[in-house]
Design a protein around this ligand. Structure first.
Ligand SMILES: [Zn+2]
Ligand SMILES: [Zn+2]
Ligand SMILES: [Zn+2]
Length: 144
């Protein structure tokens, strides 16, 4: 997926600059929590994590912030098999996720396979590739 967006090193404060979304302290805290989590979290789960330190942040704020991030392509959403939509902070380059089956940690895996498949699919099937999705499941370095 192509996502025009600022680099992930940019601070939360300027993420919404030039968009129709307004950055607030609470939204910044939501984003910061999601960024450091490195795993798929539903709005509920993220809200629970935040509540320990930031009891004033409401679930609605979490939902709205995630929605804004999704619109801006700053998060990936999980496939429907996991039930309620879950979100993970994401980089701008095309990549896939290695998901730990034990702790749920998500690591980014760079991918250059698109070109190869484009060739294979177009020669073999006359198929015009527009994109692909891939998820890796296994045990992360910390858990093994
Ligand atoms: Zn990612
Ligand atoms: Zn793990
Ligand atoms: Zn890929």
């Amino acid at each position: 997926m192509k996502r025009p967006r600022p680099p992930r090193t940019e601070s939360e404060a300027t993420l919404f600059a030039g968009t129709r979304h307004r950055m607030t302290t609470q939204r910044r805290q939501v984003i910061s929590a999601l960024r450091s989590a490195r795993r798929y979290l539903t709005a509920q789960q993220l809200h629970e994590r935040l509540r320990l330190k930031r009891p004033r942040i409401g679930l609605a704020t979490v939902y709205r912030t995630l929605e804004a991030l999704r619109e801006l392509g700053l998060v990936s959403t999980s496939s429907p098999r996991l039930g309620e939509a879950a979100y993970v902070w994401c980089t701008s380059e095309h990549h896939h996720h290695a998901i730990c089956s034990r702790c749920g940690r998500v690591d980014d895996v760079p991918c250059k396979a698109g070109r190869n498949y484009e060739r294979i699919l177009s020669r073999g099937l006359g198929f015009a590739l527009q994109g692909h999705q891939l998820e890796f499941f296994g045990i992360c370095a910390r858990c093994s």
